[in-house]
Each structure stands twice: as C-alpha cells, then as structure tokens.
Write a protein that binds this ligand. Structure first.
Ligand code: MV4
Length: 501
C-alpha cells in the first residue's frame, strides 16, 4: 500500500481525497497555486507545495511541476481528482514513465475512450447499442445526407474530439444539413484542433443516466448502480441522484452489464462511468465513457455503502475488488446538489468574493463535501463549485423533504450562491413526480416564478418585513430587538420578492 499520495487537484475533491488518505493512514501531499494559498485542501493536507501562479496551465495542468513535487516529496502515487489532468492520457503516461502510479485507468484505456468515434468503433466491435449513426467522421455532405435519410431527422452532428455539448449541432431538415456540417467542423477545428464530425439520430428530450463501474487490475469488473444526471444547465450538472426513478432492477442489470462490457472492451481499470442517453421508451444508448472519478460519486457511495476513493487507491495499489457483483445492493435514495458561487439573478454569473458568514446544514442523512470555510475568499480563477450537499434517506420523498430542510439551514454570507435554485427545484411538482429529462432545468428557469407563489401572503410578508425594519430603525432605543433582526427580514423580503421562499 502507498505511504504517500499527491493530490493533483484543488477544491472540494482535493479535500475529499485528502480525507480518504487520512482514513487509510496515507500521508497526503497537496499542490496549490498562488490563488489557493489559503484554500482548504492546503490547510488539510499533511504537506503542501506551491507550484505556480493562478493560471491552470502554470499550475494544476503543469505535468512537469506536479511530477517534480511527486519526486521531491517521495509520493508513490498521484490522484488526479476530476477535471484538470484526470482524463489526460499523456499525463497518465508521464506518471508511468516517472514510476509514479496514476490512480485511474491506463493511458491506453483513456485513449480508447477519449475520442467519441474511437469509443463508438470499440462499442460496434463489442456489439454494444449506441445511438444510430456513423462511428467514423463524415467525409462529405453527400454522406451526411445519405445517413440522415437512413436514421431520419432530427439528427445530431458531433465533434469526435468534443464533449459536454461543444461542437454539437441539432439539425431538423435536409436543407439545413450542409451549413450545419460546415459550422460543426469549423467549431471543432477551432475548439479541439480536430475537425472530425460524425452524425447520430437525435434522441428527443433524453434522460442522461450514467452507470458507475469499478474494475481492479486482475480482470474483475462490477457496476455499482446508476445516477440520474438529467438536471443540467448549459451541459453543467446541477443536481444528481441515485437510483433513477425510471430504472427498475431489470433495466439496472441490463445497463450495468452493458457498462461492464464497455469497460472490458476498453481494458478499463479503476473507477469509471459509462454515460447513456435514455429515450421516452426507456431504450438506452451508449453515449461516452468518463475515465475519471466524477463530481457526483457521493450519491453512489451513499446508496451502496462503498467508499469509491478508498477503492480507487486500493485498486491502484494492486488489490483485488473485495466483493463480487452479487454482493452489491442498492438501498435507499441519495440526491446531490452542487453549491456554486453563482448569482441566479445575474444569469448564474460567477460570484467570487469573501465568505463572511457560513452556516452549514447537518443532522440525519446530511453529507457536505466542501472546499470552503468562513473567512475564505473564493478565487475567480477556477470553476466556482464551492461544495456538494448530498442527502440520503430511505426513499426519494424523504430525501426531498430532508434537502428542503437542509437548504433552509444553509447560509453562505458575502457572496451569491445558487442555493435558492434548489429551493425552487425541490418544491417543483414536476421534479417531485420524477418527470425530468435534459430539458427540465431550462423549462423551469424559463417558467419564472409562477405568480401564484407570490400571492397576497407574499406581498403582506414583504410589507411586514419592511415595516419591521423601518420601525426598528426609528425607535431603536425604546424597543426590544425584533424576533428576526433587520437583515433576516430584508433577506426574507428579498427572497419572497424573488419567489425563493
Ligand atoms: C445527444 C442528445 C440527443 N441525441 N445525442 C450533450 C453533451 C454530450 N454529453 C451529449 N449530449 C447530447 N447528445 C443525441 N444523438 C442530447 C444531448 C444533450 C444532453 C445529453 C446529456 C445531458 C445533457 C444534455 C443536454 C443537451 C443535449
């Protein structure tokens, strides 16, 4: 087993991995940029090394600096977290070449899944269902027209090197195809330096459901259940849950077995996720494979009772999986909310700044994976994810009620967050009924706050709150402090105005 692990990441995931190391008696080595000198992962690690200025290319993406710290600190392994270098096959290879164990798949397995067309060719070979279309880039408009006729419109043009919706074009009619293909290719060339574009049948209003898999280096591969990840905004996941309301035991087994075949076809080891699109008839299609631990891994941990980071480290140290497929059971329900430093009233624009007050929920069924603390200044150089609030319970209804309670305990002062967005989602009947697909959040945000939610009571409360504040200000000395202090009333009044209460 490793004695020392370097965490090549920052924020909540770095804290998460540092905690696992501490629980396993492994010394943790953090790396940090100038902007992260006071960040939580630096405070919590056993050792911390400055690797450069804020720019990721000068710090968290810099192979040489990270491997240099690994060498100087004597770290035998590197955990890449997610994002940054976690899916960079060249970095995985550089670790291998430097004799440092990369806690993740081999660079070859990463490469096999890194290109969407190479992944589709591997699926074709393994007889795995993927969205009808081509598994290679299109050579001409004529070919695109021909394939589109076969798979029928609407069709989706996608960049082979793309991901997260970049370089994607939805085409409804033949006459739009040529221009769309041209645009997709030039965007792919600009964004990825690779203009390979392929075509798929467009699945209308799909769900995005992904299957967690785990494989040791002895050939044992298991699936750990699915995660419903359809609640996204601009291809950024916002809320994830396990299990999915539409997946029953039989569908879970069938999706899990496909995911295991995908992993085996790629020679995959360690933790990975196979993404599927699921249509209204519950047909599922391989979309892509993520060769890293994902942000939303906690919901799988809570419903399986497993610690995925412990297991990643043990697999990388050469251990066999300590269980078989039949030992894995899904129990209860878990929902994760990603707490971002974003302002919902400014179109979710990042809202960095100093956290002047922080009260965090706790109590039954509450887990908070956080990278923030009271007094910390949120840097504007990186992704604005502050923390993840994950709730567990025996069923989905209990978890929703628990999350509503927890969100009302959550207060981050000094900066804006998206906490009010979750208060809307959790109160939405469509969400409660599990009627979600990848278009859900766009529909909710476009709907605004229904007038009914404001009602007279809302106006009266605002008036009362404002009266309270004005009244308190005019006769400060002669009255006892009101039950709720001025700022609480102002906050409530604002929240009512914005329909967040
Ligand atoms: C699709 C699709 C519909 N049909 N492919 C978006 C990013 C990348 N993960 C794949 N994506 C999609 N591919 C076909 N053939 C719809 C999406 C999609 C989507 C997928 C998953 C999660 C959120 C999404 C939001 C918009 C579109």
């Amino acid at each position: 087993m490793f004695k020392k692990i370097l965490i090549a990441n920052r924020g909540e995931i770095a804290v998460r991995v540092i905690r696992a190391c501490r629980e396993m008696g492994i010394t943790s080595v953090a790396v940090f940029s100038d902007a992260d000198r006071a960040s939580l992962h630096v405070l919590k690690a056993d050792e911390a090394h400055l690797i450069g200025p804020a720019a990721a290319t000068e710090s968290y993406l810099n192979f040489g600096k990270i491997l240099d710290v690994a060498k100087r600190s004597g770290a035998e392994a590197i955990h890449p977290g997610y994002g940054f270098l976690s899916e960079n096959a060249k970095f995985a290879q550089a670790c291998a070449d430097a004799g440092v164990k990369f806690i993740g798949p081999s660079s070859a397995a990463m490469d096999a899944m890194g290109s969407k067309t190479r992944a589709r060719q591997a699926m074709e070979k393994a007889g795995i269902p993927f969205v009808p279309g081509t598994s290679r880039g299109l050579d001409s408009v004529e070919q695109a027209v021909q394939v589109a006729e076969r798979i029928s419109y609407p069709v989706m043009l996608k960049a082979a090197a793309g991901g997260g919706g970049k370089g994607m074009r939805l085409v409804h009619r033949r006459e739009d195809l040529a221009a769309a293909l041209d645009a997709a290719k030039s965007e792919a060339r600009r964004a990825f330096g690779d203009d390979e574009v392929y075509i798929e049948k467009a699945i209308v209003n799909p769900r995005h459901i992904e299957m967690q898999i785990l494989a040791d280096e002895k050939g044992h591969t298991v699936y750990l259940g699915e995660r419903e990840c359809s609640i996204q905004r601009r291809h950024q996941k916002v809320l994830e849950e396990s299990p999915s309301v539409i997946v029953d035991a039989d569908m879970r087994r069938r999706m899990g077995e496909v995911a295991v075949r995908v992993a085996k076809a790629a020679g995959y080891t360690n933790a990975g996720t196979v993404e599927f699109l699921v249509d209204q008839e519950k047909n599922f299609y391989f979309l892509e494979m993520n060769t890293r631990l994902q942000v939303e891994h906690p919901v799988t941990e809570l419903v399986t009772g497993l610690d995925l980071v412990h297991l990643q480290i043990r697999i990388a140290a050469g251990e066999s999986l300590p269980f078989r497929q039949e030992d894995i059971a899904i129990r209860g329900h878990a929902i994760e909310c990603r707490i971002y430093a974003e302002d919902p009233e400014q179109n979710f624009f990042p809202s960095p700044g100093k956290i002047t007050l922080l009260t965090v929920p706790s109590g039954p069924g509450i887990r908070e994976d956080s990278g923030m603390y009271e007094g910390w200044t949120v840097p504007l150089d990186y992704d604005p994810l502050l923390a993840k609030l994950i709730c567990y319970g025996s069923d989905r209804t209990q978890v929703i009620g628990r999350l509503v309670r927890a969100m009302n305990e959550y207060f981050v002062g000094g900066i804006k967050t998206n906490i009010s967005l979750f208060q809307r989602i959790l109160r939405d009947p469509e969400f409660a009924a599990g009627k979600i697909d990848t278009g859900y959040l766009d529909r909710l945000l476009k709907s605004g706050v229904p007038a009914a939610e404001r009602g007279d009571a809302g106006i009266a409360a605002i008036a009362a709150g404002l009266f309270e504040i004005l009244d308190a200000q005019t006769t400060e000395s002669s009255r006892p402090a009101p039950a709720a202090s001025g700022w609480k009333w102002m906050a409530r009044a604002e929240a009512l105005r914005d329909g967040d209460l």
